[in-house]
Design a protein around this ligand. Structure first.
Ligand SMILES: NC(=O)c1ccc[n+]([C@@H]2O[C@H](COP(=O)([O-])OP(=O)(O)OC[C@H]3O[C@@H](n4cnc5c(N)ncnc54)[C@H](OP(=O)(O)O)[C@@H]3O)[C@@H](O)[C@H]2O)c1
Length: 399
């Protein structure tokens, strides 16, 4: 992030009276501020601060506030702890950020939050020697594990999954370890994907035992709506400074054509970032994004396959209505969608330009486009993305 951006974030919230009583500045990090009520760091951007202030967690924490709870360490002291430069006793520490060990004199280099997407590098994935666990073995977990295996990212015996019943565990690839005991999985795995439904996540984490000091797995959540701050707080009951990554994948990961965006948590380091980049690259397209874009990414890519399945089904119905046999109509519809997507990705042209190129004057396609416009096609898709993103936000606020 450029200095200009950092300055803008900093100034925006600092001059806003709404944030006066409960936000603190973090010395040396202009991209984050500290919530005195929830004791967590937030991206120092007005929309993110407002989102945080509306979360039920913040409201809960702010209500019974006692004078003692507001008694925080001095700015300098607290910032040093937040940055990992001082321990809880105020002793100076060395600080590891993204793999670089820094002394407390060294400048802090935060993760960019400027909205710039950083696609994962292309090329062959590295083989991950770590044991990868999945708490929850449903659609999303299966999509991810199948993708890892298909890409040769990990050996089956290094994969493990846990779920309360054997309903899904029985369907998993052979050679994988399975269990009905989440605690066993947490003890045995180095990288742990959290793949349960949002309404079950809190209860599931509360059922886990605290971890041994020498075992600090990397937690990667795929759970819709739960932000880094909440995840770090929940997992903080198991271990100090949990290393957390928030992701939003989609089910085409199953066939190596998925999308997965992610945000690294505050306690992660450079080697975590490399591992996550490599693992998620194996699912298809992946990119690191700022957390405030996560709900929008859910609305577009997380839920998106379902919109396109509906479109394929409807296109096929149109084909059948006009006389095609069902199986041919399905194949034509699916290949048409795949081909159009490949044209957008490979030609680098704007979709509108590609559309214009196939609409000859007075022809069939422009006549059909007119029909789509009259029936609110674009508006329907825009509203679908908006509805899903808003629902993701709601699920997060319920946490
Ligand atoms: N599906 C998508 O397209 C998609 C896309 C992006 C993100 N996500 C996110 O991915 C997560 C999982 O979604 P899904 O579609 O995979 O759900 P799913 O198919 O219903 O699978 C949920 C899994 O969680 C297990 N489970 C339930 N309670 C548990 C507990 N206490 N401990 C351990 N496992 C438990 C279930 O066990 P049983 O096997 O015994 O039922 C099941 O295996 C959700 O948070 C969702 O927001 C999904």
């Amino acid at each position: 992030m450029t200095k200009k951006y950092a300055q803008r974030f900093k100034l925006e919230w600092l001059k806003d009276k709404r944030f006066e009583k409960w936000l603190e500045k973090v010395e040396g990090n202009d991209y984050r501020c500290f919530c005195k009520y929830c004791k967590c760091s937030i991206i120092a951007k007005v929309c993110d601060i407002l989102k945080h202030s509306e979360s039920s967690k913040h409201k809960r924490a702010a209500k019974p506030l006692s004078a003692q709870r507001l008694c925080l360490p001095s700015d300098e002291d607290w910032s040093m702890r937040f940055l990992g430069l001082k321990d809880d006793n105020g002793e100076h520490l060395c600080f590891t950020h993204r793999g670089k060990t820094r002394s407390h004199q060294a400048p802090f280099v935060p993760v960019p939050q400027d909205g710039a997407v950083s696609p994962a590098p292309s090329g062959k994935e590295v083989i991950i020697p770590a044991s990868i666990g999945f708490i929850g073995a449903g659609n999303m977990a299966q999509a991810l594990m199948n993708s890892f295996l298909a890409k040769g990212l990990v050996e089956p015996h290094l994969l493990m999954a846990s779920a309360p019943s054997n309903r899904n565990l029985e369907k998993l690839p052979s050679g994988m370890r399975t269990t009905n005991d989440n605690n066993r999985l947490v003890k045995e795995c180095d990288i742990i994907f959290l793949c349960v439904k949002p309404h079950l996540l809190t209860e599931m984490i509360e059922g886990l035992d605290p971890l041994e000091r020498d075992h600090s797995p990397l937690f990667i959540s795929v759970v819709t709506g739960f932000d880094i701050c909440t995840l770090e707080q929940l997992l903080g009951s198991l271990i100090d400074a949990p290393r957390v990554v928030r992701t939003m994948p989609n089910t085409p990961c199953m066939v190596g054509q998925g999308c997965c965006v992610y945000t690294m948590g505050t306690n992660t380091n450079e080697s975590d970032a490399k591992v996550v980049c490599s693992i998620l690259h194996s699912v298809g397209y992946s990119a690191e994004i700022p957390e405030y874009q996560m709900d929008a990414a859910c609305g577009l890519a997380g839920s998106g396959p379902a919109y396109i399945y509906t479109a394929i089904e409807a296109l096929a119905d149109g084909g059948v209505k006009m006389g095609l046999p069902r199986h041919l109509a399905h194949s034509l519809a699916a290949h048409t969608v795949k081909g159009a997507a490949s044209m957008v990705l490979q030609s680098g042209k704007h979709p509108a330009q590609l559309k214009d190129e196939v609409c000859s004057p007075g022809g069939t396609t422009i006549t059909a486009i007119h029909s789509l416009e009259k029936n609110g096609f674009r508006g329907a898709l825009i509203s679908a993305v908006e509805a899903s993103a808003n629902r993701a936000k709601e699920l997060g606020n319920k946490s």
